[in-house]
Design a binder for this molecule. Sequence first.
Ligand SMILES: O=C(O)CCC(=O)C(=O)O
Length: 301
Amino acid sequence: MTTANTVTVNDLEVFADRLDPKRAADIYKEHGALVVRGLMSPYIERIRQDIELAAKEALALYDKAVKTPEGWVTPDHTLWIPAPKGFSRDKQIMVLACGYKNSAAAFMSALDKKCLDIVEGILGADVELFMDGQCLYKEPVGGHAKNLHQDVAYFEHRYEGPVGVLNYCVDTDLNNGALHVIPGTHRLGVLDHIDTSSHLGLDEHEWPWERALPITGKAGDAIFFHVKTVHGSKSNFSKASRPVMIHRYRAANDYVVVTATSVDKRKASAAAMEQAKKENQQGFIVRGRRAFDVDRANAPA
Ligand SMILES: O=C(O)CCC(=O)C(=O)O
């Protein structure tokens, strides 16, 4: 297996201004990760502005947060988790309600031609969006770590599963929560996850941070990662927020068969795996088309 011990960021890196989509897709297929410098630069300032406006809205709703199994949710659908010691509040933002439904810049960036050229090289001709854009928001001075994990623990698919594209919205380094990946782990299958402070994660004794390759970058850099690639990010110790905007794409015929945020939920969902259906799971087609499948009787209205 290829590991972070032998793979460097240089091996994963290409540049948007001289992009060869096939080479980029090949890097992704080999390592389960790809860094495209500057891919989202045309959009990132506007995305960042929309994110900070959404953060203000979420904070204004703080007193209306309702307890859920994952933490708390405010009426805007922002997810909060317990704050670290010494924080000014008892809850911190984890997943901020900013995505395609409330930010045109986020949505337009998901349709970027160069991005989709790479995704098509990975997934094939017919591609749909999975989810509505996801903003992981690390608050300043201690904002949450996302423990090493595979996304497949949260959303296992029938086929290849989604390609994640995590976009740095600010310059991101080791102090404010750079993404770490373990190249080659996309070939390992679904690993056993445990419940952690950031929901499903890998046992840190078996999967210490030292095994992972940190990817620092500028606002606008994009990191593509496979649904089975082990990845995560440490806390934000800087004085400013560290948001990312994640796009996810999947083949037009793919669909979720297991979905969970905790070990118990995953067990229950896995038990019902064979009942999972594509119905009600169609995302917007962003490349190619969706062939009508008479067996699924799942035509657009
Ligand atoms: O916020 C981050 O850096 C990590 C995000 C992540 O790991 C995920 O959403 O799966």
